[in-house]
Design a protein around this ligand. Structure first.
Ligand code: COA
Length: 394
């Protein structure tokens, strides 16, 4: 209650007392405090440039960042907080005072440096957000910012978006980028073409030198653990837009998303036993909790492929959307979600997930250790060989 009250007051402060859409806080700071700017610390020139740059930004960075800038500006120009805490009724004054006071004994040089870094980061984020597709950086994904939504599209449609080692590592990098980017409030993952994803690219296991199989299995374990860990630790709402069939690890990780919207054409298949493999993506822990042990086993042990409706009935999917309107409807939803207060969403996600986070890390490690064994087993090697020879036999 107190928090929402103060943020309301803060919002109204930033939106009514200062003219410019984005650089409100900076102007507010300057309007109020420029007279007290006295010394010229080490980064003075860059500091001035940062203030100018701030005025050229079009996106509002949000109250949390504006407060951070306010505190840093005061510390950089005046030094340690030297005013008494505002009284109870001065909600805005109290929040601003807190942002300054919390910097304690930080030197003015350090505050200037941090202020400059923050502005540059915002300027960088805005420059990137104006370029919808970052070509060159990712070769297996399309990574776009659509307003405040960070959209990752798996982009190997000719291979049904099977996940190569390169795609695993790009996917992790994209999630890290989404987590770091202050202008991003939610992340979504979808697939290009008719599939969401056909799971692990089985050619990751092809051409294995039998003498090196143990080493390769352990390398594959490291890749998978890093991948699943990126989901477990992702701090912002993560939403799956399942545009078509999903197989293997693209299904098992669904329990680590915060919401899953599926086209009515989507199917969900985890053919692990068939492939001599075992469940990953924390599904051995999450699936029985989502759908009950008997139903989870039907998928994870006995390879049952679920329709979208069955996945919805088993709580793996939040909502089913007809294929014809899937893109339009999910775009609308994502736009709406992305405008919700970002820190409120993050703290809600954190409290929901924190109960299980340590367990999930342990489960992930156990699942990956088991896979190291499975990948070296003849049942698995034979199944993979069968997949690649099946075409030549048809
Ligand atoms: N790994 C490597 N290649 C894959 C793949 C995967 N997981 N999934 C699809 N591909 C490739 C196919 O080999 C094929 O390549 P090609 O055109 O060079 O022959 C291409 O993608 C298209 O797949 P295709 O099998 O022709 O399409 P389909 O519609 O008949 O079947 C699948 C699609 C996904 C059902 C089928 O390819 C399949 O079962 N793939 C394996 C899925 C799997 O077991 N994943 C691992 C789970 S642990």
């Amino acid at each position: 209650m107190a928090a929402s009250m103060s943020s309301k007051v803060l919002l109204s402060c930033f939106s009514t007392r200062v003219p410019c859409r984005f650089a409100r806080s900076c102007r507010l700071v300057r309007n109020v405090h420029c007279t007290s700017v006295i010394a010229t610390p080490a980064y003075d020139k860059e500091f001035e440039a940062a203030k100018t740059k701030l005025n050229s930004l079009k996106e509002d960075p949000g109250n949390e960042v504006k407060l951070q800038m306010y505190g840093l500006f005061k510390q950089a120009t005046v030094g340690k907080c030297n005013t008494p805490k505002p009284g109870m009724m001065d909600m805005v004054g109290k929040v601003k005072w807190g942002a300054w006071n919390t910097l304690g004994d930080m030197s003015r040089d350090e505050a200037q440096k941090k202020y400059i870094e923050l502005v540059n980061e915002l300027a960088g984020a805005v420059a990137e957000s104006e370029t919808p597709t970052q070509t060159g950086k990712y070769s297996t994904l399309i990574v776009e910012r659509d307003g405040k939504t960070f959209k990752i599209t798996l982009n190997r449609p000719s291979k049904k978006n099977a996940i190569t080692y390169e795609m695993y590592s790009e996917w992790v990098a994209a999630l890290e980028e989404a987590a770091q980017d202050k202008s991003v409030t939610i992340a979504v993952i979808t697939g290009a073409g008719d599939f969401f994803c056909s799971g692990n690219d089985l050619s990751n296991f092809a051409n294995i030198n039998p003498a090196e199989i143990g080493k390769m299995a352990n390398q594959a374990k490291d890749v998978l653990m890093k991948f699943v860990t990126a989901f477990i630790d992702f701090p912002k709402p993560l939403i799956g837009l399942i545009n078509g069939p999903a197989v293997g690890v693209s299904v098992t990780t669904l329990g680590l998303y915060d919401a899953v919207y599926a086209s009515d054409r989507a199917t969900f298949h985890t053919p692990f036993s068939h492939l001599g493999q075992s469940p990953e993506g924390c599904s051995s822990y999450i699936f029985p909790r989502l759908m009950g042990l008997a139903k989870a086993n039907e998928m994870l042990l006995f390879n049952k492929k679920l329709t979208a409706l069955e996945a919805f009935n088993r709580n793996l999917v939040t909502e089913i959307i007809p294929e014809q309107s899937f893109v339009e409807e999910t775009d609308k939803k994502m736009k709406m979600f992305s405008e919700l207060p970002p820190l409120t969403m993050q703290s809600a996600k954190n409290i929901i997930r924190s109960v299980d986070r340590e367990t999930l890390h342990k489960v992930c490690e156990r699942e990956c250790n088991l896979l190291v064994e499975r990948w070296q087993h003849p049942e698995c090697m034979n199944a993979i060989m069968n997949f690649f020879t099946r075409k030549s036999n048809t």
